[in-house]
Design a protein around this ligand. Structure first.
Ligand code: CDP
Ligand code: CDP
Length: 208
């Protein structure tokens, strides 16, 4: 069973994907971490994000066993991630890795932006998790503030809108629900309620 979980920033897709992985005993890949790690490599090597070949080389050179979880979660890494993610050569460089993960015997859960549409159009269950921009920005602002980042809510909201627009409008693998995805709006759901709803959607899809 392959489960695809897509959605915009701070919609709750990561939390839901992790909970589904625990519940159904499946391995989980946060594909955003690959784009974030590429972004950190691009920043560290002072690569111009307009230099598609150099950014793709950074993606190919990633050591996925040595991703610095703290560094990739900064607001700057997120912003750069959506810039490098718009480059087709970067997406191509990360395709095989994601596909191999999805094809493990026994199944897998992947979360990202294009799992249901591009990486795993064959997924048995596709979830598209959403929430309104203000709620998502508030969630992300709280996370960053808890880590000591002095960023303002207004800045996070502006970054949220900018990243949504870039991810939706890019030509290659734009963020969108697959035609056969089930939508889950978490705007007014607690984490537990969102997880329970997601488990129900997977159970229903397996029965169908
Ligand atoms: O956690 P958050 O939703 O903030 O972002 P993420 O999932 O870590 O992804 C960071 C960026 O990587 C996104 O804004 C996308 O531009 C890109 N991404 C993508 O293009 N395709 C994916 N499958 C996953 C992430
Ligand atoms: O992976 P994604 O960026 O979509 O979001 P996440 O990391 O799962 O969730 C972002 C933040 O929102 C986390 O701090 C979650 O605890 C919180 N959250 C929430 O408050 N209510 C929900 N229903 C889901 C997530």
């Amino acid at each position: 069973m392959i489960i695809a979980v897509d959605g915009p920033l701070a919609s709750g897709k990561g939390t839901i994907a992790k909970a589904l992985a625990r519940h159904f005993g499946l391995p989980h890949l946060d594909t955003g971490s690959l784009y974030r790690a590429t972004a950190v490599a691009v920043i560290d090597a002072a690569i111009d994000p307009a230099d598609e070949a150099a950014a793709a080389a950074a993606a190919r050179a990633l050591d996925v066993t040595a991703i610095d979880e703290t560094r990739i979660r900064t607001a700057d890494a997120g912003a750069m991630a959506s810039r490098v993610a718009a480059l087709p050569a970067v997406r191509a460089a990360l395709y095989e890795l994601q596909r191999d993960f999805a094809e493990q015997a026994g199944g897998a859960i992947l979360d990202g932006r294009d799992i249901g549409t591009v990486i795993c159009p064959d997924a048995g269950v596709k979830l598209y998790v959403t929430a309104n921009a203000e709620t998502r920005a508030d969630r992300r602002w709280r996370e960053l503030t808890a880590k000591g980042d002095p960023i303002s809510y207004e800045t996070v909201l502006a970054q949220t809108r900018e990243r949504d627009a870039r991810d939706t409008e890019r030509a290659d693998a734009p963020m969108r629900p697959a035609d056969d995805a089930t939508l889950l709006d978490t705007s007014s759901l607690s984490i537990d309620a969102a997880i329970a709803a997601a488990i129900q959607i997977v159970e229903n899809a397996r029965k169908a």
